[in-house]
Design a protein around this ligand. Sequence first.
Ligand SMILES: [Zn+2]
Length: 122
Amino acid sequence: MYLINLKDTKIRSGIPDPVISKLDQWLSNRKYNHRRYILPEYFSDDTYEVDYDTARKAMYWAVKVGALETNYEIHCPRCGERVEVVNRQLDIPDSVDCECGYDFNPWHNQEHIIISFNIRNK
Ligand SMILES: [Zn+2]
C-alpha cells in the first residue's frame, strides 16, 4: 500500500478490496508527469477487470480518503481549449474569458466541464 490506507476502506461503499488494491498500485506506478488530470477511463483501460463505472466510483472514494483531489476542468464551448481548472465545485466561476475571445458562463455549459483527478502529494 502506498497511497491508500486500507483501514480507510471501512468508510467505503461497495468497492471490492481487489479494486482498491489495483487502484493503489496503478496510481503508485504513474510517472511523476502523469499524476495530474487523471480520468477514470485511464484506469479502466489499463485494468482488464475494472470497468469505467467502478473506476469512477473508486476514484471518488479515493478523494474521500485523501489520496486524490478532484479537478473541474472548464473547457471552452467554442474552441475546446481548457481555460481554467478548479478543485472545488463551489470555486467554478460564473464567467470565464477564453483566449479565443469567447466569454462564457461555465455553469451554463456544464457539458464542457470535465472532472479529473490529481494524486495528492503526501
Ligand atoms: Zn475558446
